[in-house]
Write a protein that binds this ligand. Sequence first.
Ligand SMILES: NC(=O)c1ccc[n+]([C@@H]2O[C@H](COP(=O)([O-])OP(=O)(O)OC[C@H]3O[C@@H](n4cnc5c(N)ncnc54)[C@H](O)[C@@H]3O)[C@@H](O)[C@H]2O)c1
Length: 314
Amino acid sequence: MHVLVTGGAGFIGSHLVERLLDEDHRVTIIDNLDPFYDSSVKCRNLSRVKDHPQFTWLETDIRESDCAENVSGEIDAIVHIAARAGVRPSIEDPLGYYQTNVQGTLHMLEFARRRSIGQFIFASSSSVYGVNPKVPWTESDEGLQPISPYAATKLSCEGLGHVYSRLHGIRFIGLRFFTVYGPRQRPDLAIHKFARKILAGESIPFFGDGSTRRDYTFVRDIVDGLLAAIDYQGAAFEILNLGNNRTVSLMEMVQGLENALGQKALIDNQPEQPGDVPQTWADVAKAERLLNYSPKTPFEQGIAEFAQWIQKRG
Ligand SMILES: NC(=O)c1ccc[n+]([C@@H]2O[C@H](COP(=O)([O-])OP(=O)(O)OC[C@H]3O[C@@H](n4cnc5c(N)ncnc54)[C@H](O)[C@@H]3O)[C@@H](O)[C@H]2O)c1
């Protein structure tokens, strides 16, 4: 198979690229090394694959409509992962998020239409559920009301995906990821940020009273879901949760990190953050049924792997 992965130099994308190449597929990535975080980190993410004969990297920008024109040969599936990620910065730059996330997705869908690519996997987000008191969240929950520009862009992209599946017969599978963590995690995400501060002996910003809960999903489990979605041959449009189906409080997350790193955290209490939701919790029954998805990594194990990685990296 030839798979086009956008955002292939990022945290989740680079793990997917490695797995696809290990399974003997041809992989082309589009990634412009967006400056949201240090581009040298992204280059390092690709260090194991960059010289692989089945691997090609186009350093182009999905905000340009012709970003994929130079991809040669037949493409069997697009996995569209590139985006401006992160809830809080989207409040400062809603237009920038709109351009990369919504316009960029439209460009990739148009490319799929022009090149008759029948399988389109989209990296959506649990944030589309907004403040939904009914937990765990299921894909059939109605009246989704996102509370950040980032979340609104992801929900818009799911809508665009529906349009392209109906009008152009492109199978669109939107995967709603629930807080993904593991080696190479984005440096702006809490687990990574906290770990660096704990190791440096600095205090960590602790938002609210520590009772907010997240369904943390280990990156290897997310990649399992992505690979299954690439092979999925069912309905033309599906939205699926990829979570761990277990929630961990902020307090428990910090304690888990302390145990894994063998170092105590200094806490700097801060008020709750606008745009943050009190809890996320995935019902993964649909992904289990359609993709045979079954998250295998308990938080304690995943956080230990993450801690090992960050300690080795220094
Ligand atoms: N990490 C999570 O917890 C999480 C949760 C829910 C959804 N997601 C979604 O999963 C995807 C990957 O997240 P991640 O954590 O790996 O983020 P990441 O920032 O590490 O990866 C995104 C990649 O996209 C690239 N990119 C950004 N703008 C681009 C553009 N204009 N043109 C080409 N490439 C561009 C970046 O350079 C980066 O390598 C994103 O779509 C994100 O919204 C992530």
